[in-house]
Design a binder for this molecule. Sequence first.
Ligand SMILES: Cc1cc2nc3c(=O)[nH]c(=O)nc-3n(C[C@H](O)[C@H](O)[C@H](O)COP(=O)(O)O)c2cc1C
Length: 342
Amino acid sequence: MLYRLIKFFLFLMPPEQAHEFALKSLRTALKLPLIGSWLKSSFRPENSEPVQVGGINFPNPVGLAAGFDKDAKWLHMLKDLGFGFVEVGTVTPKPQDGNPKPRLFRLPSDRALINRMGFNNQGLDAMVQRLKNRPEGLIVGGNIGKNKITPNEEAIQDYILGFEALYDHVDYIAVNISSPNTPGLRDLQEEGFIVGLFEELQKRRATKTAHKPIWIKIAPDFSNAALHGLVETLKKAKVDGIIVSNTTVSREGLSYSDSHISSIGAGGLSGAPVFETSNRALAEVALHVGGEIPLIGVGGIFNAYDANEKFLRGAQLVQVYTGFIYEGPWIVKNIIKDLKSL
Ligand SMILES: Cc1cc2nc3c(=O)[nH]c(=O)nc-3n(C[C@H](O)[C@H](O)[C@H](O)COP(=O)(O)O)c2cc1C
């Protein structure tokens, strides 16, 4: 109820401005003597059960998907919101501005967003500095990508740089080759690149003292046959986890007029309309993975019912993004509470 009112005012602002304003206000509120501790306890999930995945002990299975905290700026606050884990990034080796604004659009009637952010981020050095002060007890994943100006033939170098810079500062690495907003990035979802990249990353990991999982994040926009082929590649590459999925380039299932949707232009669609698409992809991936590789379900989760649909299809962990924008900061607590009664 309270968030409905807050959301009414936030949704009057342009989305990116609202994002920054909401996070700053919440951070300030959490620091206030009485209100802060009341808020913290109201966000904290009750009786959440830890989940072991890939040797990591997640305090609960509900994480924040990549793209929300692109620069690891909000980790202390996000911990207070009860997330079981937060995936920071996508970070690229060098800072980059991303696409020109406007590049983030709300579709409230469909509980959806369209974004073409284009990996706006402050680069690896800035992220590493912040991660040195990451909060204790929060599981953090580092989602790595390539700079827009790096040609695909040299992309492997960008991922190696991301891996080397973040490895000691995060609990897992997520390789992002599925964003629709960096031209040509999705073309990297092919056997030669994936197997070569993972071989290189695993070779480097073998020289480290701690063994940390390397996950991959895939797009939902594949036929079932193509997903089968992709899973065979991911098995060959020995990935440690598959995040299903990123945003979709499809515009199916939207209630807005075609002219409104085309006036928004290119970008990835997220939220409720990607739920079925990413569920289908998750189920197909699970079928071929056969329990061998942990799966992380993301796409269109707003409540416990949605999260449960991902678990039923084989996910061990879930992540939210758009649902967090629409449902507000009590989303983790509510999902965990309601999962128990399903
Ligand atoms: C504004 C915005 C920015 C995003 N940026 C990234 C990103 O940088 N890297 C990434 O892997 N996914 C990114 N995503 C995709 C989300 O992590 C998630 O996979 C997708 O939105 C589907 O989940 P949802 O329906 O809960 O939002 C972004 C999504 C949104 C809405």
